[in-house]
Write a protein that binds this ligand. Sequence first.
Ligand code: 13P
Length: 253
Amino acid sequence: MRKPLVAGNWKMNGSRASVTDLLGGIRAGIGEIPKAEVAVCPPFPFLQMTEEALRGSSIAWGAQNLCTEPAGAFTGEVAGSMIREFGCTYVIVGHSERREYYGEDNQVVARKEAMARERGLVPILCVGETLAQREAGITSEVVADQLDAVLELSGVSAFGKTVIAYEPVWAIGTGLTATPEQAQEVHAFIRGRIAEQSADVAAGVRILYGGSMKPDNAADLMAQPDIDGGLIGGASLKPNDFLAICAAAHASC
Ligand SMILES: O=C(CO)COP(=O)(O)O
């Protein structure tokens, strides 16, 4: 049985004041939802505050990116070991915004995925197609290439320690959500691709949905057999919305 995960990707949002409020609101409101795991991923400068605010709670935290390299002359980069030192459990890798704006290709993302695991972090590996790719009917090829880069570099066992997030790019921040059926189709494809190499790993890997997940669509999405939680952008900045999605994940089990 896969335990659903709801992870908030705060992207480049927040200030000391707003992060204090957000963390306080989430911690105060989370209640007892033992059937779901919850995590927040703030920008790097807020990781220490996050650790201090959430230590001892049921809520985990993570970062939004890491460097492919372990340490050294990489100005502006942040190493996995540093992220780990701030108590992070998770790190997002290969978000479509990193792929699109910072030129991260499948090989770079696969190296980040491997580095995260080497440093004791659980990668949340983002995959997904653009609108043009969906309209061209190549969604499965695009997602397969994104997965295969990790399979080729690290082997199928990587997915024993990695969470996947399917995020159709056309649904991110647009208010357009994939229908539960559209999302389930791709989630099943992802699990099937991994099952070609290991049925056990495929059965255990958590596949989150991301892209305009909100309180009013979360339950329907998470009711799908291959949707194991959500990676939440905009709604994760509003404590009540985020908490409602967490409660939906708990109720989906
Ligand atoms: O990109 C996302 C999470 O990583 C999704 O963002 P939105 O929930 O704002 O669409």
